[in-house]
Design a binder for this molecule. Structure first.
Ligand code: ADP
Length: 432
């Protein structure tokens, strides 16, 4: 058991930003939540924590690796006494035909000695709904939503029962909207009937929050549930109804933030480019552009960026260091250097800048870009994130203890298309 643990929910997320998205919803539902990066190798202080989300990188890796990592996370979460387990994947059910959702769910069920779980990917407020087992993104079926062209996990089939049937040898069943509309008792009865037929995996319809509430109520006693972060927001109310969870007045409350404020951006997504432009319009002298072609020539541009940031920070002025660039520039750099090398140069430069500047007193750090965030967090040696209040949908402030200094580091990690246009300034306004 971890120190002082009373862990109600233990979650295993198949990627980093997905973990944060779930953690954010758990806080909104009223749980004090800690995200851990990978399976902890050391004792983690879980005092005053109700939910832990373990962030893995198991979405697109080989099946064996995804299963092994998920089982290790399960083992650790059980040691912390988690009452219910949650396997979190993307609301678009991102997976290959071989997995990893089916094999991981099967392995977790087996390890728990459980016979059935539900699959609830829907996230209605983000337009992800499921009807008759078919996944919709807005008004399009999944395979017609753009996801059919995803570079890593192209989703060419919206029929989730069929998708899952390719990933597991066990029977797949459905709880449809008609059953949900009759409430939690009818849903539980349907799940039992399916269990009697040996159905291990039950795809669940959900069109709105109310359906998710019914599902959360019907499945609160299951050892394992699986799905997207929408279900995560519905579960805490059920834990309170069970008496497992107290009413917590400010589940996202963090220690007061302190130290210099820095924005690092390695995301070239459309939303991020608009956020960079908005910041530069407000602070024309506040940004320094990094360019992989210049970075490839040695450390000079990185030194300049460091000097620029130090000067701005000493004046307590907002500062943005960014490699974000439009498609044309990105293509040019990728053509000259190769895609992986261009990306690695940027990630390495931003990570090193983060390490230097945090060491020199930056205490509030915003990072834009999923991969970029992963690189920065790993360079800073961060292993746990306490989840705070939401800045914009899906992106919370977080805090992490820093060795050798008293105040924690406040950190916001924004993947590509998240956040409003003023995110790079708004985030610091809402941070207390
Ligand atoms: P997002 O969340 O928007 O997808 P990521 O950080 O995950 O952002 O991915 C962006 C990738 O693009 C990173 O690997 C980053 O290093 C790389 N990158 C950033 N700027 C440039 C640039 N100017 N040229 C080429 N690659 C870049």
């Amino acid at each position: 058991m971890g120190m002082g643990a009373n862990i109600v929910l233990g979650a295993i997320a198949d990627d980093f930003t997905g973990a944060t998205d779930l953690a954010n919803n758990l806080v909104r539902g009223g749980m004090r939540c800690l995200q851990v990066i990978g399976v902890p190798q050391q004792e983690v202080d879980l005092t005053g924590i109700d939910a832990v989300v373990v962030a893995l990188k198991s979405r697109s890796c080989p099946v064996d690796e995804a299963v092994a990592d998920s089982l290790a996370a399960l083992e650790w979460l059980r040691q912390q006494g988690a009452r219910q387990l949650f396997f979190k994947y993307c609301s678009t059910f991102d997976s290959t035909d071989q997995g990893n959702i089916g094999p991981v769910a099967d392995a977790l069920l087996e390890a728990l000695g459980a016979h059935q779980t539900v699959m609830v990917p829907a996230f209605p407020i983000n337009g992800r709904t499921v009807y008759q087992g078919h996944l919709f993104v807005g008004d399009r079926l999944l395979n017609d939503s753009g996801m059919q062209h995803h570079p890593l996990n192209p989703m060419q089939d919206a029929d989730l029962m069929r998708v899952l049937a390719r990933q597991t040898p066990h029977p797949v069943g459905l709880v449809n909207r008609t059953v949900l509309a009759q409430g939690a008792d009818a849903t539980r009865a349907q799940l039992s009937a399916l269990a009697e037929q040996g159905v291990r995996h039950v795809i669940c319809d959900s069109l709105d929050e109310q359906d998710l509430d019914v599902l959360a109520e019907a499945t609160v006693a299951m050892p394992l549930v699986t799905g997207g972060s929408g279900l995560g927001q519905a579960l805490p109310a059920q834990y309170r109804a069970q008496g497992w969870l107290d009413t917590i007045s400010e589940p996202g409350r963090l220690s007061p933030a302190s130290g210099g404020a820095l924005v690092l951006s390695g995301s070239c997504s459309r939303a991020t480019l608009a956020q960079v432009a908005d910041f530069l319009a407000k602070y024309p002298d506040g940004g320094f552009a990094l360019d992989p072609l210049a970075l490839a020539e040695g450390g000079k541009q990185q030194e300049q960026a460091l000097a620029f940031a130090r000067k701005r920070l000493s004046q307590e002025a907002p500062v943005l260091l960014y490699a974000s660039a439009d498609t044309e520039k990105v293509n040019a750099a990728q053509k000259a250097l190769g895609v992986a090398h261009a990306g690695a140069l940027v990630e390495e430069a931003l990570s090193q800048l983060a390490v230097n500047l945090v060491d020199e007193g930056v205490g509030r750090l915003l990072v834009a870009g999923g991969e970029t965030s992963g690189a920065v967090v790993s360079a800073l040696g961060i292993t746990t994130l306490r989840i705070g209040e939401q800045i914009d949908p899906g992106v919370p402030w977080t805090q992490t203890p820093m060795a050798g200094r008293e105040a924690p580091l406040s950190l916001a990690l924004k993947s590509g298309n998240f956040g409003g246009v003023d995110f790079f300034t708004w985030a610091f306004e809402v941070l207390v």
